[in-house]
Design a protein. Structure first.
Length: 133
């Protein structure tokens, strides 16, 4: 099975997480954490900075790796490095997404997450809860 490597941004601001709704492709309409494919020769961090600039016209600061999600879709295996990030500059302009929301730990389950992102939601909820202590 083909493996696709991607990087995802868990953009944190005021103890809320930025979620986006896909505007294209087989998973159009599903909710995800923004990011994209890691190109040959790129690190996951480099790919993520590039993808967020392209998709959201925003520069981010990568703070830490939260998790790596391994998920088998019917046609491919997804390996997704998920990083906690902060906005450095830009207004999170939706260029490729249908919609976006800022979600709290309590509202993380309020959107229809793509399958690979569902498991990550619980990890993020725990991360946000630890920050509240």
């Amino acid at each position: 099975m083909k493996t696709i490597r991607v990087a995802a941004a868990i953009i944190l601001q005021d103890n809320k997480i930025f979620a986006t709704q896909r505007g294209y492709g087989a998973f159009k309409g599903g909710w995800e954490f923004p990011g994209g494919k890691i190109e040959p020769g790129e690190t996951a961090e480099e790919a993520l900075v590039r993808e967020i600039e392209e998709e959201l016209d925003t520069r981010i600061e990568i703070c830490e790796l939260l998790d790596t999600v391994e998920y088998d879709y019917p046609d491919f295996h997804l390996s997704m490095d998920c990083f906690i990030c902060r906005v450095r500059s830009g207004g999170l302009v939706l260029k490729e997404h249908e919609a976006a929301k800022w979600l709290t730990g309590e509202t993380l389950d309020s959107v229809d997450w793509l399958p690979a992102d569902r498991g990550l939601v619980r990890t993020i909820g725990c991360y946000l809860a630890r920050r509240d202590l």
